[in-house]
Design a protein around this ligand. Structure first.
Ligand code: NAD
Length: 516
């Protein structure tokens, strides 16, 4: 099967009037379907429940995006049975057929691109640019993983001796539980789901409770693209109830989780326990938190450093696992970088993400708002507040972009994931010291070095211990197929999403040797 070579989906240029208009149309389309009820999808059947998850607009708490049916243990069990039954035949379908479903789904999403992005503006509070990037990434995952599956379908050649033929190839695992976060409610939800599907597994999808509507819309797209009933089951619900039940279930073969460190650890530990009737060791793919650092060398483009810090710290209100939450600057340039970052931060427009000019919208919900505001109070004890520090949750969950200076590298705001628009600065006496500070958290997701010194860049290449390291740019914005993404240590199992070996995590290898 011949396909066009993979290229990432281009970002939309909103300076072009036609694109701006198209996005505004997308917002209108979404506005017209706000507040609807959405069912579970189990074995192709639509099931409505009394109990609902209410998805709201984080920029305007009174606006309801949708009311989504909520699974409980019984419904999770029903979904498991549907997925288990579907696995018997879905696992035997041709990889080409499965890849074609992804290609078609990508085409459908591309045709409705701005509608999906507009839904992300409403449901997750993403500004236009961030929403557009999330949708583009979802398309990329489908295009990329479909091609990867076509590459892997015949296995990898191994040696054979005279009179013998050996084959080495990959088969699917079984039922996968996909648990996704709200911060890339389209891209990560879609990417983790389609990776499991295209490799021949069946899926129980439990999206984040803050963003279940976009996940439902995606399930509809896959159905339209020809995904048969039972292969993907949509079961939003409480992490503690449905999540634990399915993680413990003896028929669960693997869990693909993206979210916080604490929930990731809980899943990893629970999945290790073998339950009665279970005949395998579960596999866990866990992509967890980050505490990501930008290092600024003394020989560096300082304007580039400041721009990179501001974009990486405050894009989507700092709610990215890759967001820059720590800056380590060499003492010779510390004040200059800090002052420029403060100056740029003060210019950022915070407000309604529906307006094109907004750089930063709200944070996701009340508990995120409360947690971030608590960290800002801690930051006031641990460092010098340079700008921001204010919040307003009267209508939406808005927090000003916040910069702290002169923070000890071991301080809490330097060590713990805040997941909000807060960045802390610390000073290093030389480049080795800067790397030592950069490596002193329990995480290891992303990092960046701004430097013109080639020796220092090469040193960082070896010694800066993160899964995604960037030179002379910010530390966010990984692109599928170009920057395979995943972290070390407590950032997870280093399962590189959007990379050439990601699909293998969803399969097991089989060797067949025949003598003639
Ligand atoms: P979260 O851990 O609170 O929730 C993630 C998902 O886990 C949700 O669907 C939630 O309902 C579910 N969950 C909660 N308790 C569960 C349980 N006991 N069993 C099973 N599932 C359970 O994370 P979040 O707030 O949605 O997302 C933000 C976090 O995700 C941050 O820590 C961020 O760094 C991380 N993240 C990591 C990556 C990455 O690639 N490494 C990408 C995006 C986000």
């Amino acid at each position: 099967m011949m396909v066009q070579p993979y290229k990432h989906e281009p970002f939309t240029d909103f300076a072009v009037e036609a694109n701006k208009k198209a996005f505004e149309e997308g917002l209108k389309t979404v506005q017209a379907y706000l507040g609807q009820d959405y069912p579970l999808v189990i074995g192709g059947e639509r099931i409505m429940t009394e109990d609902k998850i209410v998805s709201i607009n984080p920029a305007n708490q009174t606006e309801i995006i949708g009311r989504v049916a909520k699974a409980n243990k019984d419904l999770a069990e029903k979904a498991m049975q549907a997925a288990d039954a579907a696995f018997t035949w879905w696992s035997k379908t041709k990889p080409e057929m499965r890849a074609n479903i992804l290609f078609r789904a990508a085409a459908i999403v591309r045709r409705r691109k701005h509608e999906f992005s507009a839904l992300l503006v409403k449901e997750a509070g993403k500004p236009w640019k961030e929403a557009d990037a999330d949708t583009a990434e979802a398309i990329d995952f489908m295009e990329y993983y479909a091609r990867q599956m076509l590459k892997l379908k015949d296995g990898i050649p191994v040696e054979s001796r005279p009179g013998e033929t050996n084959r080495f190839f990959y088969i699917p695992l079984g039922v996968g539980v996909v648990i996704s976060p709200w911060n890339f409610p389209f891209a990560i939800m879609a990417g983790t789901t389609v990776a499991a599907l295209v490799t021949g597994n069946t899926v129980l999808l439990k999206p984040a409770s803050a963003t279940p509507v976009v996940a439902y819309k995606f399930v509809e797209v896959l159905e339209e693209a020809g995904l048969p009933a039972g292969v993907l089951n949509y079961i939003p619900g409480s992490g503690a109830e449905v999540g634990d039940y399915l993680v413990d279930h003896p028929r669960t073969r693997f869990i693909s989780f993206t979210g916080s460190r604490d929930v990731g650890i809980r899943i990893y530990e629970r999945a290790a326990k073998v339950h009665p009737g279970q005949i395998w060791l579960k596999r866990v793919i866990a992509e967890m938190g980050g505490k990501d650092t930008i290092v600024v060398d003394k020989e560096a483009d300082l304007e580039l450093a400041a721009q990179s810090i501001v974009a990486s710290a405050f894009g989507f209100s700092g709610q990215k696992c890759s967001a820059c939450s720590r800056v380590v600057a060499l003492e010779e340039v510390y004040d200059q970088v800090l002052n420029r970052v403060v100056e740029l931060t003060k210019q950022l427009k915070v407000g309604n993400p529906e307006e094109q000019s907004t750089f930063m919208g709200p944070v996701i919900d009340q508990s995120a708002y409360n947690k971030i505001m608590e960290y800002i109070e801690i930051g006031k004890q641990e460092g010098k507040l340079m700008t921001g520090g204010e919040g307003d949750d009267s209508k939406g969950f808005f927090i000003q972009p916040t910069v702290f200076a002169d923070v000890d590298p071991k301080a809490r705001i330097m060590q713990e994931e805040i997941f909000g628009p807060v960045v802390a600065f610390t000073k290093a006496k030389d480049f080795d010291h800067a790397l030592e500070i950069a490596n002193n958290t329990e995480y290891g997701l992303t990092g960046a070095v701004i430097s013109n010194n080639r020796f220092n860049l090469e040193k960082a290449r070896e010694e800066f211990h993160v899964g995604n390291l960037y030179f002379n740019r910010g530390c966010t914005g990984a692109i599928v197929g170009y920057h395979p993404f995943g972290g070390f240590n407590m950032s997870g199992t280093d399962s590189k999403a959007g990379g050439p070996d990601y699909l293998l995590l969803h399969m097991q290898a089989k060797t067949v040797s025949e003598m003639f």
